[in-house]
Design a protein around this ligand. Structure first.
Ligand code: PXG
Length: 456
């Protein structure tokens, strides 16, 4: 291996001098200290200052099988030796790409037997959106072009992904494309008020139907949504929500795209979030957990109606990436699936998620800063609020979430703040002891946040 500098201060210096980071305030980072992560094992990270940190975020919601799985490394090395690259354009395939496609079709939600590959979640979303529009062209309805998504939806950082997302700051900063519209998010903690969860779920879904009435179903290509919204703050819809969205899509002949970049590959307790919620999507985007983040890969699962139209009405689909179906990435995905299926990690996510929420409930019972602890499988959130009874948030300027995030890392647990909602999604292999550790470290971070607010 080429030698890398191992002096941590020197690494900080060269990183500061030459590296622009994603989703980062560059001025603040230049003034601060970049954290150098040097190695990882299981659910644990080590940084260059010698700290051992429990990774409550699985990297960025992706390291589902944990960090030290030799079979993924061996699969990559074997494939690199045999065939490090070949493409899947122009009537070619490779053994890993073909084998992975069969394997994914076997675990897909019903009615999805084909996949299209890319390298990132953003590319998968972009591919699904282009497929949706081309589908309607092939159906003789080229005016069906609008993509509908939700407030706080996150669908990536490409122009189309950011436009499909519901992150207003992203739209304001670099603009958003025409023909992308947003409807309400089913954020019960914030918006349900006196409504029952059931009624609130229906109300949130019907904001989509109201939009259809306004712009016309004949102009709408697809609705895209994460089964549980991840980056938006782990927004978990009431059980009535997805069946209603499905009904509306069917009633108005609009394609349903499930963005499972975070929910897919076991995190919610089933292989896919669509299975957990009984969604039957026309297209399903996946990435992250497909290789547990060991190597970039994403896949769009294509429902039979869309696939049949492409195959029967076809002509060339002018779309694809150099690395679509990359053989090394596909080989790693196969080894990753062996672990997810072999160890039944979806069931582990369900089981450990219940324990994690119980441990957090106990450690944080009655805490004045905690409005709600919610989760499903191994994804969850803790709402930090100014007034628990009124469900009132702090003003954004107090940066309570950022403060708590910093205390979390100081306490040795990686959590992320979305506004003042602390979110977590640990590796699915997390043990009972580690669940306990995670809850007690998180609780200490929240105690310290509370104490700092008293003196501020
Ligand atoms: N869809 C969903 C649902 C995602 O969560 C993407 C698409 C885009 O994937 P790529 O691979 O292009 O990043 C994502 C990614 C965060 C965070 O801080 C979340 C994501 C990515 C980076 C940071 O919560 N989600």
């Amino acid at each position: 291996m080429p030698d890398l500098p191992n002096d941590i201060d020197r690494l900080r210096e060269i990183d500061n001098a030459h590296h622009l980071h994603p989703f980062t305030d560059h001025k603040a980072l230049q003034a601060g200290r970049v954290r150098v992560i040097t190695r990882a094992e299981g659910v644990w990270l080590w940084d260059g200052d010698g700290n051992r940190i429990l990774d409550g975020m699985s990297g960025l919601w992706c390291v589902n099988v944990g960090y030290s799985q030799p079979s993924l490394v061996e699969a990559a090395a074997r494939q690199m030796t045999l065939l490090p690259y070949y493409n899947t354009f122009f009537s070619s395939t490779t053994p890993p790409a073909a084998a992975l496609s069969e394997r994914l079709a076997a675990i897909a939600p019903p009615g999805m037997s084909r996949v299209f590959y890319a390298s990132s979640g953003s590319e998968a979303v972009d591919s699904a959106l282009r497929m949706a529009r081309v589908f309607w062209q092939l159906q003789g309805k080229p005016e069906k072009r609008i993509i509908v998504s939700r407030e706080y939806g996150y669908h990536g950082s490409t122009m189309a992904g950011a436009s499909a997302g519901g992150m207003r700051d992203m739209h304001r900063q670099a603009g958003d494309l025409p023909d992308f519209l947003q409807v309400a998010t089913p954020y019960a903690y914030r918006d349900a008020g006196a409504l029952s969860p059931h009624d609130f779920g229906l109300q949130a879904a019907r904001s989509f139907e109201a939009l259809i009435e306004e712009v016309g179903a004949e102009r709408i290509a697809a609705f895209i949504g994460e089964p549980i919204q991840g980056a938006g703050g782990v927004i978990i819809p009431p059980d009535s929500y997805w069946p209603e969205i499905q009904r509306i899509c069917r009633a108005h002949d609009i394609l349903l795209i499930a963005d499972e970049v975070i929910c897919g590959f076991g995190r919610l307790g089933k292989m896919f979030g669509s299975i957990s919620y009984g969604i039957e999507p026309d297209l399903m985007t996946t990435a992250k957990g497909i290789t547990s983040g060991y190597i970039p890969l994403s896949a769009v699962f294509v429902g039979d109606r869309v696939a049949k139209t492409f195959i029967e009405e076809g002509g060339e689909f002018y779309h694809g990436f150099t690395y679509s179906g990359h053989p090394v990435a596909c080989a790693v995905a196969l080894a990753n699936l062996d672990i997810i299926e072999g160890q039944d990690l979806p069931a582990a996510a369900e089981r450990q998620g219940v324990k994690l929420r119980a441990a957090l409930d106990e450690a944080l019972a009655g805490h004045p800063l905690v409005g709600e602890i919610r989760g499903r499988g191994l994804i969850g959130a803790i709402e930090l609020v100014e007034d628990r009874d009124a469900h009132r948030f702090f003003p954004g300027s107090r940066k309570v979430g950022t403060t708590c995030r910093d205390f979390s890392i100081a306490e040795g647990v990686m959590m992320r703040a979305c506004r003042d909602t602390m979110v977590f999604a640990p590796p699915l292999i997390i043990s009972d002891d580690e669940v306990g550790e995670m809850a007690s470290r998180a609780a200490r971070a929240i105690d310290r946040t509370w104490a700092s607010l008293q003196t501020a």
